[in-house]
Design a protein around this ligand. Structure first.
Ligand SMILES: C[S@@+](CC[C@H](N)C(=O)[O-])C[C@H]1O[C@@H](n2cnc3c(N)ncnc32)[C@H](O)[C@@H]1O
Length: 223
């Protein structure tokens, strides 16, 4: 993947741009998902792996396999837009953007297949399209919009595979959430995900922290 400058890349033909796992941790700090979760554009699996790490049953599909054959959660190479049978009732996904057309097609397809919650990670500018304001967002009013802060970078997957590191990023991102189990909202709620929302500890890390703080003096633990 040729780098044009620090933050601009030649388009990946399948729009494989990788969000950091902390964006999913932030979402999961604020949104509960009941039952299995599916990422239909799972790529290398950042979203699925984070869901599993946080105790969810989670699966991924992608139009092309980007994970090795030992990965048990991968449910096969599937063109999401052609799928008829859902893999799970909840969907969490960073869809291929394809100049917003891909993201909109994924959102519409997710609504056709999911029956729980849908969370889509998109460039914030996706919210501002006038045609989407009058069509997509009227037809499918979001339940919540979570603004991701601090800004995250989503470099091409091939760049990361070649050992590249995520930089500062030049776009802002949000999670749009639809809760199909709740009544349709008159207008979406909005909130900010902060750095603190990404601070997650696994149960074993929590136990280790607890052991450490309980062996400290009250002054040390408060410091
Ligand atoms: C923005 S990336 C997702 C990155 C992913 N979260 C990761 O950890 O690598 C979008 C993914 O959508 C996949 N994709 C593109 N068109 C698709 C389609 N029609 N159906 C399913 N997956 C598709 C690409 O192969 C790519 O892996």
């Amino acid at each position: 993947m040729k780098q044009k400058n620090a933050h601009t890349w030649e388009r990946d033909e399948l729009d494989w741009y990788v969000e950091p796992t902390k964006a999913t941790h932030q979402l999961l700090t604020r949104e509960r998902f009941m039952g299995p979760v599916w990422d239909p554009a799972c790529g290398g699996g950042n979203i699925v792996n984070t869901l599993i790490e946080r105790g969810h049953q989670a699966y991924g599909t992608d139009i092309t396999r980007r994970v090795d054959s030992t990965v048990g959660w991968f449910h096969g190479e599937r063109d999401f837009l052609q799928m008829i049978n859902p893999v799970a009732g909840n969907i969490v996904c960073n869809p291929p953007f394809f100049r917003a057309k891909g993201a909109e097609a994924f959102i519409r397809k997710a609504h056709a297949l999911a029956w729980g919650k849908i969370a889509m990670f998109v460039d914030i500018r996706f919210l501002a399209g006038s045609v989407r304001a009058e069509n997509l967002f009227q037809e499918l009013p979001p339940t919540r919009v979570w603004i991701v802060t601090p800004r995250v970078s989503c470099p091409p997957g091939k760049y990361l595979l070649d050992g590249g590191k995520a930089g500062n990023g030049s776009s802002d991102w949000c999670w749009i959430v639809w809760d199909k189990t709740a009544p349709a909202p008159t207008s979406p709620a909005m909130g900010w995900l902060t750095a603190a929302d990404a601070d997650w500890q696994s149960p074993s890390e929590q136990r280790a922290t607890l052991r450490l703080t309980s062996s400290m003096s009250p002054e040390e633990a408060a410091a």
